[in-house]
Structure formats: structure tokens, C-alpha cells
Design a protein around this ligand. Structure first.
Ligand code: IPE
Ligand code: IPE
Ligand code: MG
Length: 251
């Protein structure tokens, strides 16, 4: 008999060692829509329910940080109608979900090159961040207009400026100094990276931060993703042997 979703959650708790930080590349909205002869934007709309499921599941499992890849820097090259629809969904999400996120203790941070957003979208971002700032059950990072290489170049620029201005010495440039200048400063690196829709690539996501993340790829398309799939990914993670370059005791 297939275990129920609640059984999976129970197993996660028994196993212990829940990933503190889970990152998700939410992919497959367009294919989901295409299979139903719907416009791609219908897939993005349907994917909103999965965002909700994923957040609920993360809180239930005891995940501390959830980072969702919502819109990449490269996605600016999509047709303007699709970009407009995605930005519209962002604003809809903020107006519909902010209150509930706040109630659940979720604190939202939006990471990326926000200068490229329309003023309305930027206002939505500021609104959700300020409304949820007090939350301490889960930190939800939404990567929007995000590209990892741009994030790294930005960190290099920040460091170079400090060195030029005499507030930092070249000898102080180390891994921690870099990490402090990324959008994710102050959060632990992801332990588990999930990608939906079966693609095995990173698409310029968190290149620095995922150095030692465990990778879980599922064929499920994002709009079909539920709490159950998140729990399956966490259970898969709990079976991994994370060695961090060392030798496991007993081997
Ligand atoms: C993911 O779904 C959402 C975004 C990238 C904004 P896609 O829109 O990439 O869906 P597919 O990959 O074309 O199926
Ligand atoms: C990655 O998905 C970006 C997001 C999920 C937001 P894409 O669909 O844009 O990635 P590629 O083009 O398949 O690599
Ligand atoms: Mg895609």
C-alpha cells in the first residue's frame, strides 16, 4: 500500500536530520500547460498552488529556509506577454498571500536584480517583505530576476569598492567575505536542491551556495508538485551519505 502523505511526514520526523535549507528550481509550467492545450501562462497560474503546498510542507517538516527560483535573469528574454503575466502573478500573490504568510510566521525575502522590475512589481516586493518581516517559523527566499553569475560579479564589485576605499584589505578576501556579499548572506547554504520537470541542470542558480547540496530531480512538473513530493525529496535526502570530501566512519 502506498504510504499516505502524513505517513511520509511521520517518517521524516523519525529519521531526523531534516535539511535546514531546501532550494527549489520550479520548472515545467509551460509543458504542463502545453499538455492541456492551454497557454503557457495557465501553467504559471497553476504553479501558484504548488508554491503554497511547498511552503506548507516545508513548515510542517521543520525546514528553516526555503529558496524558490521564480524568475531568472535569462527569463527576461521570454516574450513580453509571458513576462507581463508572470509579474502580474507576483502582484496577485503578494495581495492574496501576504496575510496568511504572516500568520504562519513565514518571513519573505526577494533576491535578485530588482532594478529591472516595473515600479508596481517592486512595490509588491517591498510590501511582502515588510509585512512578513517578523516571521520566524520559516525564511522564504524568492529568487526573482536572479542570476548566480551576476550575484557573484556583484559581490566582487562590492569587495573591490571596499578595497579601493581602504575599508578592506586584500588579505581579508576569503570565502566568508564572499558569502557575506551574496544575496543569501546570513543564511546557511542549501542542503537539498530540488528541480522539477526532469531537467538535470542548474540554469545559473545559486552556483556558490550549492557547493555541497544534495540534488534531487523529479519528473513531476511544477504545477503537479505537492507536499507529498517535497516529503519524498526530503526522505531521499535523509538516505544520502554526505561526506563533504571526508571518509565515512567505518569505510
Ligand atoms: C518554470 O516553468 C517557470 C519559469 C521559468 C518562470 P517554465 O515556464 O520554464 O516551463 P517549461 O520549462 O517551459 O515547461
Ligand atoms: C529555470 O528554469 C528558472 C526558473 C525556474 C525560474 P528555466 O526553464 O528558465 O531554465 P532552462 O531554460 O530550462 O535552463
Ligand atoms: Mg523551464
Amino acid at each position: 500500500m502506498t504510504p499516505s502523505t502524513e505517513d511520509l511526514l511521520g517518517r521524516i520526523k523519525i529519521n531526523g536530520g531534516v535539511p535546514a535549507h531546501v532550494a527549489v528550481i520550479m520548472d515545467g509550467n509551460g509543458r504542463w500547460a502545453k499538455r492541456r492545450n492551454l497557454p503557457r501562462t495557465a501553467g504559471h497560474q497553476a504553479g501558484m498552488a504548488s508554491v503554497r503546498e511547498c511552503i506548507e510542507g516545508a513548515v510542517e517538516a521543520g525546514v528553516e529556509v526555503l529558496t524558490l527560483f521564480a524568475f531568472s535573469q535569462e527569463n527576461w528574454q521570454r516574450p513580453p506577454e509571458e513576462i507581463d503575466a508572470l509579474m502580474g502573478l507576483l502582484q496577485e500573490y503578494v495581495s492574496k498571500e501576504s496575510a496568511e504568510l504572516k500568520e504562519r510566521g513565514v518571513s519573505v525575502k526577494v533576491l535578485g536584480e530588482l532594478d529591472r522590475l516595473t515600479p508596481a512589481a517592486r512595490a509588491a516586493v517591498a510590501s511582502i517583505e515588510s509585512q512578513t518581516a517578523e516571521g520566524n517559523a520559516l525564511t522564504l527566499n524568492i529568487c526573482l530576476s536572479y542570476g548566480s553569475r551576476a550575484e557573484l560579479a556583484r559581490a566582487a564589485r562590492l569587495i573591490a569598492t571596499e578595497v579601493r576605499d581602504g575599508t578592506m584589505r586584500v588579505e581579508e578576501i576569503d570565502e566568508a567575505a564572499m558569502a557575506r556579499r551574496l544575496y543569501t548572506a546570513g543564511t546557511p547554504d542549501p542542503d537539498l536542491l530540488i528541480r522539477t520537470s526532469g531537467e538535470h541542470r542548474l540554469s545559473n542558480f545559486l552556483l556558490w551556495q550549492i557547493a555541497y547540496a544534495e540534488f534531487h530531480v523529479t519528473a513531476v512538473l511544477w504545477p503537479d508538485f505537492t507536499r507529498r513530493h517535497l516529503f519524498e525529496a526530503i526522505l531521499d535526502f535523509q538516505r544520502r551519505d554526505r561526506r563533504f570530501g571526508r571518509v565515512t566512519a567505518g569505510s
